[in-house]
Design a protein around this ligand. Structure first.
Ligand code: THU
Length: 129
């Protein structure tokens, strides 16, 4: 299954009764395996999690730590842009040149990279002291 198909399918499972904004994310990991996630909201609003976070958690739980491609889709008027926190989460497991496709359910796609989404990310070098 393509990342596009995987992201579109998992989006249907999003739990988004508060925002009514369903998001699906699909990641390809180094092995070639695809991991998916959807946003999971909570009545205590800050406890909700983004689609990208779910997909990353599934990837790491399966023993993989390297993203080679990402795809995010929502029913937004323009291709959905990962939030700031998710950009940092993606950068943890993806090189700057890893492609990210942002999409709308109506079929518009915009391609970018993890590095373009988060220039100057906080990284392990900053911990060096
Ligand atoms: N959301 C995601 O899951 N990923 C994004 O890239 C943008 C926002 C979710 C969070 C919340 O459940 C809903 O979309 C509205 O912000």
């Amino acid at each position: 299954m393509s990342l596009k198909e995987a992201a579109r399918a998992v989006r249907e499972n999003a739990h988004a009764p508060y925002s009514n904004f369903k998001v699906g994310a699909a990641l390809r990991a180094r092995s070639g395996a695809v991991f998916v996630g959807c946003n999971v909201e909570n009545v205590a609003y800050p406890e909700g999690t983004c689609a990208e976070a779910g997909a990353i958690a599934a990837m790491v739980a399966a023993g993989e730590t390297e993203i080679t491609e990402a795809y995010v889709i929502a029913g937004s008027p323009t291709p959905v842009s990962p939030c700031g926190g998710c950009r940092q989460k993606l950068a943890e497991f993806a090189a700057a040149d890893v492609p990210v496709t942002m999409a709308t359910t109506s079929g518009v796609e915009q391609r970018t990279t993890v590095g373009a989404l988060l220039p100057g990310e906080f990284n392990a070098d900053h911990l060096g002291g």
